[in-house]
Design a protein around this ligand. Structure first.
Ligand code: ATP
Length: 348
C-alpha cells in the first residue's frame, strides 16, 4: 500500500483548529482510496517564537525536507511583530524549497451565497510567482533623524523565475480552458514589469494553442468583480497575486473558502499546502473558523501526490456538504469547524 509521510504544521490561531479537522478528512479519504498517511506534527510558528526566539528550529528545514508534503495552517499572533511570520517562516519555506508556484484556485461553492450578482459559474486559478518579484525583501531604511528618512524595497524579476512560472501557467491552461491572462503594471513599473511582460510573451509563443491576454492589475481587480467568469489561468507577480487571491476568496463568499498549494513542480523538495487566509486571531479558540479552505488544500495536496480520485472525492464531498447547509458563521450558518469536517467525512 502506498504511504505518504506528511509534516503537519498547524501554526497559530485558527490553524490549531482547522488543520486537525482537515487532517481528519485526509485520513478518512486515504482509508477509502487504499493508501496510507503517516504524519508528524510540529508546533512551529509565532507561539514557538515567543518561547524560542525563532519560528522553527535551526534544523527545521532539514527536518521538513524528509517529508512528502507539508500540510500547513497559518503563522502569526498579535503579540509578535507582523513583519516576522512571512520572513521567518512562510517565505523561508517557499524559497528554500523552490516552491515557485503559488496555486490558488477560485470557484463557486454549491449553496454558498456570494457577494456578486452574477449567477455565472466562476472557476479560475491564480498562479502567483512565489519566490521573487516584490517580496524578495531586499532594501533598507535610512533614518538619519526625526525629520528625514527613507525606505526602500527592491523587486527582482529574473528570466529563470519568470520563465518557469509562465511555463507552469501555460501547461496548466492546456489542462483547463486554454487561456492565460497575465497581470502586469508595465505602464508605470517600466523596468521590472516590462521585462515580466516580455519574457511571458516569449513563453506564450511556445503555446500557440493557448489564448494569451495581458491585463493591468487595476483593470483586473475590477474584472474579478464585474466579470470573473472570463478568467481561466491568471498569472501574476508575488505581490499582485497576494492581493488578488484575497479578492478571489471574497468573491467565493469568504476568505475561509480558499485553498492553495506552494508548489515545487519538479518535486525536488516537498510542497506546502495551506489556506489563503491568515491565523485569524479574532475568532481563534471558538471552533467557529471555516475549515473548507484548509480541507480544499488537502485535496490540492493529494492532486500533487497524484491521488486524483481521492482529491476529486474531497471536492465532491465539499460540494455536497455546503449544499446540505454545513456552513460556518462567516457563511451565514451555525455549523462549527468540526461539524463541517464531520459533514465532509460523511459525504466522502
Ligand atoms: P494575515 O496577515 O496572515 O493575512 P490577518 O489577520 O490580516 O492575517 P486573516 O487572518 O486572513 O488576516 O483574517 C482576516 C479576516 O478574515 C478576519 O476577520 C478573520 O476572522 C477572517 N477569516 C480568516 N480566515 C477565516 C476562516 N477560516 N473562517 C472565518 N473567518 C476567517
Amino acid at each position: 500500500m502506498k504511504n505518504y509521510n506528511i509534516a503537519v504544521v498547524p501554526g497559530d490561531g485558527i490553524g490549531n483548529e482547522i488543520v486537525p479537522e482537515g487532517y481528519r478528512v485526509l485520513e478518512a479519504v486515504a482509508k477509502k482510496h487504499n493508501f496510507n498517511i503517516t504524519s508528524k506534527t510540529f508546533d512551529w510558528g509565532a507561539g514557538y517564537y515567543l518561547k524560542n526566539e525563532q519560528f522553527l528550529p535551526e534544523d527545521g528545514l532539514e527536518t521538513l525536507k524528509e517529508f512528502d508534503a507539508i500540510y500547513f495552517g497559518s503563522v502569526g499572533l498579535p503579540a509578535v511583530d507582523d513583519t516576522l511570520p512571512a520572513k521567518d517562516y512562510t517565505f523561508k519555506v517557499r524559497t528554500s524549497f523552490d516552491q515557485y508556484v503559488n496555486y490558488r484556485p477560485v470557484r463557486t461553492y454549491a449553496g454558498v451565497q456570494r457577494p456578486l450578482r452574477t449567477e455565472k459559474h466562476i472557476d479560475f486559478v491564480i498562479v502567483r510567482e512565489n519566490t521573487e518579484g516584490e517580496f524578495v525583501q531586499m532594501g533598507g531604511q535610512y533614518l538619519p533623524d526625526e525629520a528625514n528618512g527613507m525606505g526602500l524595497d527592491t523587486s527582482i524579476f529574473t528570466r529563470k523565475g519568470i520563465e518557469r512560472v509562465a511555463h507552469y501557467a501555460f501547461k496548466l491552461a492546456r489542462k483547463r480552458r486554454n487561456k492565460v491572462t497575465h497581470i502586469t503594471k508595465s505602464n508605470t513599473l517600466i523596468n521590472s514589469l516590462s521585462y515580466w511582460d516580455r519574457v511571458i510573451k516569449e513563453v506564450a509563443t511556445q503555446y500557440p494553442d493557448v489564448v494569451h491576454d495581458q491585463m493591468y492589475i487595476d483593470n483586473s481587480t475590477a474584472s474579478f468583480v464585474l466579470k470573473p467568469e472570463v478568467f481561466d489561468v491568471v498569472l501574476t507577480t508575488n505581490l499582485f497575486g497576494d492581493i488578488l487571491s484575497d479578492l478571489g476568496g471574497a468573491i467565493m463568499g469568504s476568505l475561509g473558502l480558499g485553498g492553495s498549494g506552494n508548489i515545487n513542480p519538479e518535486k525536488d523538495f516537498p510542497s506546502m499546502f495551506e489556506p489563503i487566509h491568515g491565523s485569524a486571531p479574532d475568532i481563534a479558540g471558538q471552533n467557529i473558523a471555516n475549515p473548507y479552505g484548509q480541507i480544499w488544500s488537502a485535496a490540492i495536496m493529494l492532486e500533487h501526490l497524484d491521488e486524483f480520485e481521492a482529491a476529486n472525492n474531497i471536492m465532491e464531498a465539499i460540494d455536497k456538504s455546503t449544499l446540505e447547509g454545513a456552513l460556518t458563521k462567516d457563511l451565514g450558518g451555525n455549523a462549527s469547524t468540526s461539524d463541517v469536517a464531520d459533514a465532509v467525512i460523511k459525504n466522502l
